[in-house]
Write a protein that binds this ligand. Structure first.
Ligand SMILES: Nc1ncnc2c1ncn2[C@@H]1O[C@H](COP(=O)(O)OP(=O)(O)OP(=O)(O)O)[C@@H](O)[C@H]1O
Ligand SMILES: [Mg+2]
Length: 261
């Protein structure tokens, strides 16, 4: 589904992503791990068109998407959440989810799929769809609250609902369990499984090694921008280079995590 070859991103003298190649198959939950500053978020930023890669190619469902503008890549079916939560804190939870469709209604997306003819029909549909997704992420009772009043963990769920409103083929999650307690991590794990069951392929950046190994079909490890491993979880976590670069430095809760950037 996704085939990346030799992508590279420089910031001045720093190579944040260095000749990374990887493939993600349709229906997979694919984990991306590595120490702080390894280039994981930069990788997502390249994939979603926020940064143009300095080298390399990205094929999504057989079409090149490297270098395309973010809205074009989103339109091809890739949606994401952000490491630093991006919600309109004073708007309602429901309105934040609806915003996932901002700029996409009237562009014919739903109109084409569902034969919605008027703006009113479209609004009603986005409303219902947003409520359905809030239900999916477990926030049905919160829809009228100000987004900023929710716990950190719940704000991340709102972001996921917002990312799903466009019915993406692939969802990129940047540290979805940041700031969550053990119980919330369990719930997030179940939610990601459900999202995959509903037909969306997932790439997950995560510091919680226990969660990633239990959840992901395959895991790639970045270290200083370089991919040092890419395999099934059992193989990756017993890889000596990975243990030295990363796993030796985190505990099962992912203590090296920093949610600030
Ligand atoms: N816009 C930018 N300009 C300059 N340097 C950047 C920029 N974005 C990222 N970097 C640098 O690139 C490197 C990779 O950063 P990135 O945020 O991708 O790491 P990460 O693996 O997501 O880390 P974390 O686990 O802390 O979120 C870091 O050294 C970072 O300082
Ligand atoms: Mg990051």
């Amino acid at each position: 589904m996704l085939k990346i070859e030799g992508i590279m991103k420089r910031f001045g003298g720093l190579i944040a992503v260095d000749q990374v190649s990887l493939q993600v198959n349709q229906g997979e939950i694919f984990g991306l791990i590595g120490p702080n500053g390894a280039g994981k978020t930069t990788f997502f930023n390249i994939l979603t068109g926020i940064y143009k890669p300095d080298a390399g190619t990205i094929m999504f469902e057989g079409e090149p998407i490297h270098g395309l503008k973010p809205y074009r890549i989103a339109k091809s079916g890739i949606s994401r959440t952000f490491q630093n939560i991006r919600l309109l804190k004073e708007e309602s939870v429901l309105d934040n989810v609806k915003l996932g469709m901002f700029g996409k209604t009237s562009s014919g997306l739903w109109a084409a799929i569902l034969g919605l003819r008027t703006a009113k029909e479209e609004e009603a549909f986005v409303h219902a769809e947003s409520q359905r997704l809030l239900e999916l992420v477990g926030l049905a009772d919160f829809e009228q609250l100000e987004a900023g009043s929710l716990s950190y963990g719940n704000q991340r769920r709102v972001e996921i609902a917002r990312a799903l409103v466009v019915r993406p083929k692939m969802l990129l999650l940047d540290e979805p369990t940041a700031g969550m307690n053990a119980e919330e991590v369990q719930e997030m794990t179940a939610l990601i499984r459900k999202i995959r069951q509903n037909g969306t392929t997932v790439i997950l950046i995560e510091h919680n090694v226990t969660m990633v190994t239990g959840l992901c079909d395959r895991i790639a490890v970045l270290d200083h921008g370089v991919k040092i491993a890419d395999d099934i979880p059992e193989v990756v976590i017993s890889n000596q280079e990975v243990i030295e670069a990363y796993i030796g430095k985190v505990d099962v809760e992912g203590v090296t995590h920093s949610a600030a950037n």
